[in-house]
Design a binder for this molecule. Structure first.
Ligand code: ADP
Ligand code: MG
Length: 591
């Protein structure tokens, strides 16, 4: 521990002298209130410290004490169902709702409850050899999350003592004999947030994270362990997309980071998630969720830390073998915090005032996503899928945060103000979105869902792309210039857009589509196309094909509940027989 003196305070940035022995990223206690800060630059004995609490009232001459430790989070039972701020201080839900100042400055509150007792069930016995990542035992943290208590990184040895039963997270539950003598372990470990947690090896992400959102799963999937970005202007639906994935994504743990956005969005999460039931477990969504809130009215510096805090917690659950999804809304607000600190440090500004290291910092976040074989030698696999929202000013995708993110992430869901304006939701623009997982995920879909998944996906995509060309022709020379076949194509792509891509997050049934339902729905739209072509060839007028009543049923198929999914097959049969009828009669006009 070393004490220095403040020489300058500039908003959340404090410069202190007399700290020659301190290291970059050491945590400091700043001023008489002992506010929490982190050294972000060292020059000689001068440390620049970003302070995570309001700095009003502190000034030159006040003491600064370094702890000699990097900014770390506490990992152990009690994480799930909690809400923390950017540096993992527990936030009381009621305080957030009341928009009060949450925590008194400088108050030291432990991140995890020290008094609560958890029922520890050992998985090892005296004499067993264990290594970093080995499972010592488990705690049923919530009805759906079995929390593995693992040997912390860097420790291995032989179990000397193991204590079954109810303990707090600071009581010894295991003693190991190691090379360096006896080591007592508790149910809690600490990890520095800016360092990725180690794993045995990375795996190629090939399995989709199923979101139940048709446009994503069918056209722009994200793999479990993959990365995705959702850029879009204000009101385009970024938060709704993130919430939908948090609610419906087939992951076991969700870490939701509300970063610099309005506080009421976190309040929405707090109100909604406990009410919502996970379809697979029947339990409230909060039973598998960790919330990190650093909303727009909270100190800006902690926003910078919040995404590292979030991803560290995600990695920890990954290490237990869970599939975790982390949502960050919004990385633009995070980047603005970075820019503000960089400006106060008087660094050389890069593009639009963002620091030159914007891209590498973003990469440090997204690169911690992945599917891995965990430590511990038990062959356990876990995944972290990272999804970040971007709010480019004016929706301009050429700005630095979007561009830097594009170089890193593999799924890109571009939200479109025009589509949102026309109430086409989710407003993911199918012309400029992409997924580099589509090929691998396609192979998986062909095997797991239907052997012609990739075939119909490709055909539907081609139709949507052709629509743009056809619309251009219509705009220039009018609809009459198109053949009936092309006009049929236009009708089918319209149906793809309206009946398939559009999905109402707020409709009880439409909010989620299983892969089977997605397959049947898409197949149905394309069946209309193929049967329509057949009828045209047989000399039936386009108008007669378009007028068949069964088209209404196709349009409404999205509202068929999962339990009645066979109704889609009935519509398909009806469609075939109606068209066959038309053909055999030579059209209604000729009947
Ligand atoms: P952003 O976070 O991009 O500013 P929001 O996610 O808050 O935008 O979305 C703005 C509004 O758009 C929502 O309040 C909702 O009315 C509408 N919206 C967005 N996505 C959908 C959807 N999938 N279904 C229905 N409405 C949606
Ligand atoms: Mg939003």
């Amino acid at each position: 521990m070393k004490t220095g003196k403040i020489v300058k305070v500039s908003g959340p940035l404090v410069v202190a002298e007399g700290l020659e022995e301190a290291n970059i990223y050491d945590v400091c206690k700043v001023g008489k209130n002992r506010l929490i800060g982190e050294i972000i630059e060292m020059r000689g004995d001068m440390a620049s410290i970003q302070v995570y609490e309001e700095t009003s009232g502190i000034g030159p001459g006040d003491p600064v004490e370094t702890t000699g430790e990097p900014l770390s989070v506490e990992l152990g039972p009690g994480l799930i169902e909690s809400m923390f701020d950017g540096i993992q201080r527990p936030l009381n839900a009621y305080l957030l709702a009341a928009k009060s100042n949450y925590l008194k400055r400088g108050v030291e509150v432990p991140s995890l409850d020290r008094d609560k007792k958890w029922d520890f069930k050992p998985k090892v016995k005296v004499g067993d050899k264990v290594v970093s990542g080995s499972t010592l035992g488990v705690v049923q943290e919530t009805p759906v999350i079995e929390h593995k208590i693992m040997v912390p990184y860097g420790i291995k040895g032989v179990v000397k003592e193991i204590k079954q039963g109810k303990h707090t997270i600071v009581e010894t539950i295991c003693v190991l004999d190691t090379d360096k003598g006896e080591v007592a372990l508790t149910m809690m470990q600490k990890w520095p947030v800016r360092r990725g947690r180690p794993y045995e090896r990375k795996l190629n992400p090939v399995e989709p994270m199923i979101t139940g959102q048709r446009v994503i799963d069918t056209f722009f999937p994200v793999a479990k362990g993959g990365t995705a970005a959702v850029p879009g202007p204000f009101g385009a639906g970024k938060t709704v997309v993130q919430h939908q994935i948090a609610k419906w994504g087939d992951t076991q743990v969700v870490v939701y980071v509300g970063c610099g956005e309005r506080g009421n969005e976190m309040t929405d999460v707090l109100n909604e998630f406990p009410e919502l039931k996970d379809p697979k477990t029947g339990q409230s969504l909060m039973k598998r969720t960790v919330l990190i809130a650093n909303t727009s009215n909270m100190p800006v510096a902690a926003r910078e830390a919040s995404i590292y805090t979030g991803i560290t917690i995600s990695e920890y659950f990954r290490d237990m073998g869970y599939s975790v999804a982390i949502m960050a809304d919004s990385t633009s607000r995070w980047a603005e915090a970075l820019r503000e600190m960089s400006g106060r440090l008087e660094e050389m500004p890069g593009d639009e005032g963002y620091p030159a290291y914007l891209g590498s910092r973003l990469a440090e976040f997204y690169e911690r996503a992945g599917k891995v074989v965990c430590l511990g030698g038990e062959g356990v696999e876990g995944a972290v899928t990272a999804i970040g929202a971007i709010s480019p000013p004016g929706g301009d995708l050429s700005e630095p945060v979007t561009q830097s993110t594009l170089r890193i992430v593999k799924s890109f869901w571009g939200l479109d103000a025009q589509l949102a304006y026309r109430r086409h939701f989710p407003s993911i623009n199918w012309m400029d979105s992409y997924s580099l997982y589509a090929d691998k995920v396609g192979e998986w879909m062909d095997k797991e869902v239907a052997s012609d998944w990739v075939t119909i996906r490709t055909e539907a995509m081609a139709l949507l792309q052709e629509e743009a060309t056809l619309q251009e022709i219509v705009r220039l020379v009018g609809i009459d210039a198109l053949s009936e076949r092309d006009r049929l194509k236009l009708e089918v792509s319209k149906s793809l857009r309206e009946d398939y891509l559009q999905q109402n997050a707020f409709n009880e049934v439409d909010t989620y589509s299983s892969l089977t339902k997605q397959y049947k729905m898409l197949k149905l739209v394309l069946q209309f196309y193929h049967e329509g072509e057949k009828a045209l060839e047989a000399g039936i007028y386009l108008k007669e094909i378009l007028d068949i009543e069964v088209r209404d049923r196709i349009a409404r198929s999205k509202y068929i509940p999962e339990t009645d999914i066979s109704k889609i097959d009935e519509i398909s049969k009806e469609l075939s027989s109606v068209i066959d009828n038309l053909i055999s009669k030579g059209g209604v006009a000729n009947a």
